[in-house]
Design a protein around this ligand. Structure first.
Ligand code: BGC
Length: 373
């Protein structure tokens, strides 16, 4: 009898230790502390007449190349490089690179990131260009783009370089995204059998969308979601997101006793709801529970996850409040051992003290929480 119990225990132990040990798990864990390098996705800097393809100015791009060194020096291990590859390709079949200069710049950026020894996530960002160009995100076009991108970068070390198939799919039903994702996963997998793919879900890579979804059949996938809660804090003053946000400014984090006035533009919208719930939503314990729910999904399904974007817009929030918010997120990510990437290095969400290229002291303290576990 004892022997039987011992054998059963051994089998249970062996299967538990086999869980969470796939290539994708191992690689996801290594990503650790990451940073988004935002610039090559700024399609909106281009003009509508040129389908935004002219957003890249080579003189500016050259100046940006040195940033990877600074990201690495600041202690980040991973860089996610969002790229609007789609803006440089034609919109009608047969597809081709209409602006070859764009893709050549992408090569340079990726090369510079790899040369720093960073883990590099090549992310197909904003391929739908906010639905401003018809057909930009059709499955055929994305298959063409991924065939090109995967062939171009398949020689890069699969231990270091990752392919994120599409950033923040939105205005697409869960099942339609799933169908498109299946096709893209197969496309990249045939070309790059060893690379890990990064895959998020509908509704802008929402955490809940991930929790409501099932993993795909491919075993070498790291799942991703974006965490911008509480949204009215992280997007206060943002003009590109929802009505009501541009008028919100100077919010405290966490909430204090003062009532936040609901801007007239937010009345009756989900932003009004968020303002009402802010006291509860800005508690570190609530944020921990949110992230823990994502972690539980990953454990239940035995797949790794990566928080691909989180951060706060800096134009209208004080650094002290932003740091307290960052600390709440970093300490939860540390405790839950979730690899991540802050949005973003040197744009409106940067961690720098105003007018400098140096990470603010209280942000450095916040980041340290990640390693305190
Ligand atoms: C978008 C950025 C935006 C950020 C936060 C990203 O996915 O590309 O334009 O600033 O999310 O809203």
């Amino acid at each position: 009898m004892r022997r039987i119990i011992a054998v059963v225990l051994l089998i249970v132990f062996a299967s538990v230790s086999m869980l969470a040990n796939t290539t994708a798990h191992v690689r996801a864990k290594r990503l650790g502390l990451g940073m988004n390098f935002s610039y090559l996705e700024n399609w909106w800097l281009g003009t509508k007449e040129k389908s935004y393809s002219d957003f890249l100015k080579s003189a500016d791009a050259e100046k940006k190349l040195g940033a990877f060194k600074n990201i690495s020096r600041a202690g980040f291990k991973t860089v996610r490089v969002p790229i609007s590859f789609g803006a440089w390709a034609s919109y009608e079949q047969p597809y081709r690179w209409a602006i070859p200069e764009g893709i050549q710049f992408a090569d340079k950026f990726i090369e510079a990131a790899v040369a720093e020894g960073l883990y590099v996530i090549i992310d197909l960002h904003h391929v739908e260009l906010d639905n401003s160009v018809k057909g930009s995100d059709s499955t055929e076009r994305l298959v063409w783009l991924w065939t090109e991108i995967a062939n171009r970068y398949k020689k890069l070390d699969p231990e270091k370089v990752f392919f994120e198939i599409r950033n923040e799919p939105h205005d697409i039903k869960a099942e339609d995204w799933r169908a498109q994702a299946e096709v893209l996963i197969k496309t990249v997998r045939q070309i790059a059998p060893q690379h890990s793919l990064v895959v998020g879900f509908h509704d802008w890579n929402a955490r809940q969308a991930m929790i409501d979804s099932k993993p795909f059949a491919d075993k070498n996938i790291i799942y991703t979601f974006h965490y911008y809660d509480p949204f009215i804090f992280t997007h206060q003053g943002a003009t590109w997101s929802s009505p009501g946000l541009p008028e919100l400014r100077g919010l405290p984090f966490p909430a204090d006793k003062r009532t936040i006035e609901v801007p007239s533009t937010a009345k009756g919208t989900w932003i009004e709801e968020k303002i009402k719930n802010y006291a509860g939503d800005s508690k570190a314990s609530k944020m921990f529970d949110d992230l823990k729910a994502a972690k539980s999904w990953s454990e239940k399904n035995d797949v790794p996850i990566f928080v691909g974007e989180f951060g706060s817009f800096g134009n209208f929030a004080t650094m002290e409040n932003r740091c307290r918010h960052a600390e709440a997120v970093y300490s939860a990510l540390g405790k839950l051992e979730l690899s991540n990437a802050w949005w973003e290095w040197d744009g409106g969400f940067s961690m720098f003290d105003k007018g400098t290229g140096s990470i603010s002291g209280c942000m450095q303290t916040a980041i340290k929480k990640f390693n305190e576990r």
